[in-house]
Design a protein around this ligand. Structure first.
Ligand code: BTN
Length: 261
């Protein structure tokens, strides 16, 4: 059986995403192709999966290391009133992946906004991208890109070794990529159907890697340290300064002392 059939078999027939899976041994970037296909009328719910990527994309224009042994997956969505906010989409995806991993007894923490951590190292990144309709100018499609490190890799570049990890190294578990993809798609479809109720926020908050930690924020034109204490419904980070005052911070204006520059 091919990868698409294997994944479809593990999904309920009613699952709104993943009924069509396009599989590639090697691709530059599943997000890049997903955007191209979405711009050419590929329907809501189509999923792209690759064994490896030669030009995997990360957030902020960074590259995403994508050797064999990971799950590299992009999901094409057509926006609705519910599905339109990129921050909520990213955070709900993180919560869905957290829950899917817990089905395999893997307990991750979610770093605001979009990374999953296992034992203080990153095992998963999420990149949501959107595209606009050439005629109407309205939002035409959204792509959720997920990169999850499943197996140990001896060739991890030196500069990433203290930052990223994988499920095999941390838990000894060798997880079947297709089963993991199906588990994530199921959770994601569920979370997407409730997105406007923000039901994912309880998981997102309870398993946060960020809350309780010190962040460096740019507030009123100054860099200050503060404690991360909560999230707003729109995924702003609520922080408390040493004088007891609070502020809501957006993702571009906060960094963590332990982050790379
Ligand atoms: C990040 O951590 O900065 C986000 C990484 C997102 C990586 C995934 S892998 C599948 C999809 N295709 C890409 O090129 N990027 C995303």
């Amino acid at each position: 059986m091919n990868v698409s059939d294997l994944i479809r078999e593990m999904l309920p027939e009613t699952c709104s995403i993943g009924q069509k899976v396009l599989f590639f041994d090697e691709i530059d970037s599943t997000n890049r192709l997903a955007k191209e296909l979405a711009g050419n009328n590929e329907p809501h719910g189509t999923v792209l999966i690759a064994d490896r990527q030669t030009a995997g994309r990360g957030r902020l224009g960074k590259s995403f290391y994508s050797p064999d042994g990971g799950l590299y997956m992009s999901v094409i969505l057509r926006p609705t009133e519910q599905i339109s906010d990129m921050m909520a989409l990213t955070a709900c995806t993180a919560a869905a992946i957290h829950t899917a991993l817990s089905e395999f007894d893997i307990t991750t923490k979610i770093k605001w906004v979009n990374d999953l951590f296992l034992n203080d190292r990153k095992i998963c990144g999420i990149l949501c991208e959107g595209g606009f309709h050439p005629q109407s100018g309205g939002l035409d499609y959204l792509i959720i890109g997920i990169g999850l490190n499943l197996t140990r890799n001896a060739d991890v570049p030196q500069e990433l070794r203290s930052i990223i990890t994988d499920i095999e190294t941390e838990t000894g578990l060798l997880i079947d990529r297709n089963s993991m993809a199906a588990a994530i798609l199921k959770q994601l479809a569920f979370q997407l159907s409730n997105l406007s109720e923000r039901s994912f926020l309880s998981t997102y908050t309870e398993h946060s890697y960020t809350l309780g930690k010190t962040v460096i924020v740019t507030h009123e034109g100054m860099e200050k340290t503060a404690e991360a204490i909560g999230f707003t419904q729109d995924l702003g980070l609520i922080v408390r300064f040493s004088d007891g005052t609070e502020a809501v911070i957006t993702s571009g204006t906060a960094r963590f002392p332990q982050d790379m520059p």
